[in-house]
Design a protein around this ligand. Structure first.
Ligand code: GLN
Length: 490
């Protein structure tokens, strides 16, 4: 019955443009019916899962919302899609996004912008990006949960803007095999769901080593992680860190008030609040917008109309005419934001600029990671000295006294802007939305955005949106704790 309701909602909410391609209704119903008969087969039996359209499926096209892939269908399923199907989940369709995951409002799509309509049914707001289609599909009950990807906030920002849970697990836990690369060292498959328990269920079904993904966390590292987690039990009360640098002047008063109210709630539950300092935070956004486009410029080189992508008609065959063909194909196939990123990335990797930009940004990335490692009580299992020791000693984590278990902060500085107001924004204004999400991405940490009911609605903004996204971040591998704390505040 739940599946039928979702299918009815898909038909009624086509105007939101959440899906690029929907699975055929009879096929969905048949699968839902089959699932009923074999009930109990798997953890997600009969559940409709929407899949972001940069994750490959063999039964539906995978476009990455790009003109260059508009008629591409993958010959295989991504590992995460295979896993969804293995435990009885049904792929509901492929959701709309910013082209190749590049954007913060799901407006840079070959198939048109995703719409997130307020309760009054009139004002179209930003759905956040780039997994805006997945977020809207979950928020409007067109599916039970959805897969997205998060490179610098693309699961958490749309979750915050649309009032759902958005979870980015630690880098390397979920397989990237069959996920179209934007910036591989940051790309993470993430989950959008209506509550943290559903997000956890889907996460558990997907969390496994995949030998086909060279960046998938190995079984040996997973085992080491489990033993470190066992040796560092986090008991009640938890130590909750408040990152002082996140209290920026641009913070919307309602977001600020909701953050304070959330911290108060945690304190009322007996947890300890501690201010923490992450000094490199202020450089994280600039570093991200050097590193992500640099990786993108390299990843997107294969869309030349020969190896991949739709080709414009014209001469080919000789090296001289091929370059004309490549340029024409790429000029026609890519949208303006993708072209901007390719140019940016190509420049920062060029001989004249690499030292000042790319190399500096890599150094900032290390400092961001070090800031987090100095903050959390749990040691980072990816660091060699810890790996070599049988048991972490008190001195490894500063006696634990000044360290925290999780950080709690807003997901985004503001409430969702209206789609109309975005016309007046510069690309850099859009990049600003990611200021609180990119640090955890640069460090590969688990982070979840939880919808918390707005406090202080009087202070304006888009008044009819009911929730503000609050983010919980923890040390690498502490994914369960992030979900536990998220559950306390949802
Ligand atoms: N908004 C960020 C960007 O455009 C993040 C996107 C993402 O996480 N895929 O790069």
């Amino acid at each position: 019955r739940e599946a039928q309701k979702c299918i009815a909602n898909q038909a009624a909410r086509k105007n939101l443009n959440a899906f690029i391609n929907l699975a055929k209704k009879p096929a969905l119903l048949r699968q839902a019916e089959d699932a009923k008969i074999s009930s109990g087969r798997g953890a997600l039996t009969g559940k409709l899962i929407a899949v972001k359209d940069n994750i490959c499926t063999s039964d539906l096209p995978t476009t990455a919302a790009s003109g260059i892939l508009k008629s591409f269908t993958s010959p295989y399923d991504a590992t995460v899609v295979q896993k969804v199907r293995e435990v009885g989940g049904i792929v509901a369709g492929k959701t709309n996004l910013d082209e190749f995951g590049m954007g913060s409002h799901s407006t840079h799509s070959f198939f048109g912008a995703v719409k997130h309509v307020t309760d009054d049914g009139i004002t179209a707001l930003s759905a956040g990006g780039s997994s805006g289609g997945s977020a809207v599909a979950v928020a409007t009950e067109q599916c039970w949960a959805a897969l997205g990807t998060d490179t610098g906030g693309s699961v958490r920002l749309p979750a915050a803007y649309t009032g759902v849970v958005g979870f980015k697990p630690s880098y390397g836990l979920l397989s990237r095999w069959g996920v179209i690369a934007y910036a591989n060292s940051l790309d993470t498959v993430g989950i959008l769901a209506r509550d943290t328990q559903s997000a956890r269920k889907l996460f558990t079904a997907l969390n496994a080593h995949d030998p086909q993904d060279p960046t998938s966390l190995r079984p040996s590292t997973r085992a080491r992680l489990s033993s470190v987690l066992v040796r560092t039990p986090r008991k009640h009360p938890l130590r909750i860190g408040i990152p002082i640098e996140y209290n920026i002047t641009e913070l919307h008063p309602t977001v600020h008030a909701t953050w304070i109210a959330t911290l108060r709630l945690l304190a009322q539950h007996g947890h300890t609040l501690k201010p923490v300092y992450l000094p490199t935070t202020q450089h994280a956004l600039s570093a991200y917008y050097i590193l992500a486009p640099a990786e993108a410029s390299s990843n997107l080189a294969k869309y030349d109309g020969v190896r991949y992508g739709s080709r414009v008609p014209g001469p080919d065959g000789s090296p001289s005419t091929n370059s004309v063909l490549f340029a024409a194909t790429r000029g026609a196939g890519f949208g303006p934001e993708v072209k901007r990123r390719i140019l940016l990335g190509t420049y920062t990797l060029s001989a004249e600029a690499i030292d000042n930009y790319f190399i500096q940004a890599q150094k900032v990335r290390r400092l961001v990671q070090a800031d987090f490692d100095n903050t959390f009580r749990l040691p980072n299992v990816l660091l060699d000295p810890i790996l070599d020791k049988a048991t972490p000693t008190e001195s490894d984590n500063d006696g634990g006294e000044n360290r925290v278990d999780v950080l709690v902060c807003p997901t985004a500085p503001t409430l969702p802007p209206t789609l109309a107001s975005l016309q007046l924004q510069s690309p850099v204004d859009a990049y600003m939305n990611d200021v609180f999400t990119v640090p955890a991405s640069l460090a590969g940490l688990p982070a979840v955005s939880v919808p918390v009911w707005m406090k202080d609605q009087a202070s304006g903004g888009a008044g009819s949106v009911g929730t503000v996204g609050i983010q919980v971040i923890a040390q690498f591998g502490d994914d369960e704790l992030v979900l536990d704390v998220a559950r306390m505040i949802e």
